[in-house]
Ligand binder design. Structure first.
Ligand code: XIL
Length: 375
């Protein structure tokens, strides 16, 4: 559309330069008219491209998590902003067991996740499903009973049949397994994880196999944090996925959560080089790479201008690293504006982690992302 109107513009200039008649010398000379004072040409105001548009021009999706603001009595302006700036949406909470499968074994709560998917479809946005198996936000009916290993496998299949089945053909991807590895050494995380406790790492293979069985076309992701920089946890995730591939377990991608913080000395966000080599390492396994929960927190109140500058630089580096790796096809921020971010509640003394401020004004972080996307 845009290319076509530019093309018409060029043609119009060429046509007017060639046309006009009088080239055979037969027309009478016209009396020169008194020159009029030229008026200052007004530049047509084209709206600045949005992050969604800029990312699309680079073959990437740019997304956000949608949560309480979206489902609450939010102003229409919120929806408009989301649809303009983002081409992908993921539920911050409403597809987790504690929400969608909260009440009992055979009861599911579809209203909010269905509304999110309908909104995304109406606005041409992709949806990342989040998440099928995690050690947090599980309902009491599940965690307060000691189930046999066989029944736990059955519960996993039922959940996948119901939830993946409900959204079959409608989602871009699922975070099938979330945060399966411990901090530090990256061993299998069993605490509070009923499936890992009963089945060991076999639960991961089962989760992916079942998800593929129910929706053969949705992309299946392993999603975790602290994998962005080299270390034991990254190595462990690499070995896990390499093993899955060797066993023929269907996995399409890896999600890097990218919850970063700017330390007082300006460190904390992995460098562009570190991120690029991490993404390349996992891409070499044949995986898609997505940045799934990006936020970069600073100390609040009282972040220094140096800390804010490091934060903006960090956002730009994450985007640039994604653009440097063909396999990286999406960047998703974890919320639209600082006022709805999970950070202040979970990390007291930290905040201001997103692209828009409390009044939905664009921050330096937004401008850094825009610049990194070429805008
Ligand atoms: C967070 C939500 O944003 C909060 O509202 C909720 O209270 C806790 O979970 N890693 C994940 C996300 O995979 O699901 C988490 O989301 C943030 C950390």
């Amino acid at each position: 559309m845009k290319q076509r109107s530019v093309l018409f513009g060029i043609l119009a200039v060429v046509v007017s330069a060639c046309g006009g008649g009088g080239s055979d010398g037969t027309t009478a000379p016209t009396t020169p008219t008194t020159p009029t004072t030229p008026t200052t040409p007004t530049t047509p105001t084209t709206p600045a491209p949005t992050l969604r548009q800029l990312a699309a021009a680079k073959g990437r999706s740019f997304g956000t998590a949608l949560d309480a603001t979206f489902f609450g009595a939010n102003p229409a302006a919120y929806d408009t902003l989301v649809a303009h700036e983002f081409s992908m949406a993921t539920p911050g909470n409403v597809m987790k067991w504690s929400s969608i499968h909260r009440d009992s074994r055979f009861a599911y709560r579809w209203a909010n996740p269905d509304a999110l998917v309908a909104f995304a479809q109406a606005n041409g946005m992709q949806v990342r499903g989040h998440t099928l198996f995690w050690y947090q936000q599980n309902p009491a009916w599940l965690t307060s009973t000691t189930w046999s290993a066989d029944t736990l496998k059955q519960l996993m299949k039922e959940h996948v049949d119901s939830v993946v089945g409900h959204y079959k053909g409608k989602l871009h991807s699922w975070d099938v397994v979330n945060e399966a590895l411990n901090d530090g050494a990256g061993t299998l995380r069993t605490t509070n994880n009923p499936w890992a406790t009963a089945l060991g790492s076999a639960y991961i293979d089962l989760a992916f196999t079942e998800a593929r069985r129910v929706d053969p076309s949705v992309l299946l992701f392993y999603n975790d944090y602290s994998l962005e920089f080299p270390g034991a946890k990254q190595d462990s995730a690499y070995a896990l996925i390499q093993g899955m591939k060797a066993r023929g377990v269907p996995i399409d991608g890896i999600g890097f959560q990218a919850h970063f913080q700017v330390n007082a000395d300006g460190t904390g966000v992995p460098s562009r080089t570190t991120l690029t080599s991490t993404f390349n390492r996992f891409a070499a396994l044949g995986l898609k790479v997505e940045i799934t929960e990006l936020d970069i927190r600073v100390r609040t109140p009282g972040a220094t201008s140096a800390e804010l500058a490091a934060q903006a630089q960090g956002y730009g580096d994450v985007v640039a690293a994604c653009l440097a790796v063909d396999a990286c096809d999406a960047i998703v921020v974890w919320g639209v504006n600082d006022g709805e971010s999970w950070i202040p509640g979970t990390f007291p003394g930290w905040g201001q982690a997103l692209l828009f401020d409390d009044s939905f004004g664009k921050k330096a972080t937004y401008n850094a992302v825009r610049a990194a996307l070429g805008g």
